[in-house]
Design a protein around this ligand. Structure first.
Ligand SMILES: Nc1nc2c(c(=O)[nH]1)N[C@H]1C(S)=C(S)[C@@H](COP(=O)(O)O)O[C@H]1N2
Ligand SMILES: [Mo]
Length: 189
């Protein structure tokens, strides 16, 4: 019997172009005032400028993005800083179990820390060899390939390690917290 590697989660279709989907406006990026903060339950909270962020160890990850509305974009070539490499710098306390990602315009999303420690979770500033375009989250987004796209927050500015699970922007509106496309966890009933 032939074995297939299943690329598409249930009820997803392949997008040929790269759709742009977000709530609100694309924020302005000012390199002089932009910062990235990591706070909450960590030994070493940090605040980085954009240039300091670019100086962190970089990694490339190719992954697929699955939007809960039904499209999937395959083989996106991200480059940036792995979440697990950032965690090594800030050293999460043992009480840290969840992480809230904070983006521009009050967009947030929260995930279990263990899901973010996966080797494909990346804070990306390049896509397919070019600086990430503002509409796709430039100057910095997180990409969490094993979750529906609303966990892959664009225009990320901060990370807060928490003990309790918080609800993010779409999660408060009834979308699934766990958001696993392979289990088709779209809504929280
Ligand atoms: N800040 C922010 N990030 C966001 C969103 C948003 O509304 N605001 N939408 C999410 C959703 S639902 C999806 S599917 C992806 C889409 O990413 P793209 O626009 O680069 O295709 O961005 C995610 N990140
Ligand atoms: Mo989405």
């Amino acid at each position: 019997m032939q074995r297939f590697v299943q690329r598409l989660p249930p009820h997803q279709r392949i997008a040929k172009d790269f759709p742009v989907l977000h709530y609100g406006r694309v924020p302005e990026f000012d390199r002089r005032t932009w910062d990235f903060r990591v706070e909450g339950l960590v030994e070493k909270p940090i605040r980085l400028t954009y240039d300091e962020f670019l100086a962190l160890d970089r990694t490339a990850v190719t992954s697929d993005l699955h939007c809960v509305t039904g499209w999937s974009k395959l083989d996106l070539g991200w480059e940036g800083v792995l979440f697990r490499d950032l965690a090594k710098i800030v050293k999460p306390r043992s009480s840290a179990k969840f992480v809230t990602i904070e983006a521009e315009n009050e967009y947030t999303t929260s995930l279990p820390l263990s899901d973010l420690m996966e080797p494909d979770v990346i804070f990306a500033y390049n896509l397919d060899g070019k600086p990430l375009e503002p509409v796709h989250g430039g100057p910095l987004r997180i990409v969490v390939p094993k979750k529906y796209g609303y966990k892959s927050a664009k225009w990320v500015r901060g990370v807060i390690f928490t003990e309790e699970q918080e609800l993010g922007f779409w999660e408060k509106k009834g979308y699934s917290y766990s958001a696993d496309p392979w289990k088709e966890e779209r809504y929280s009933y």
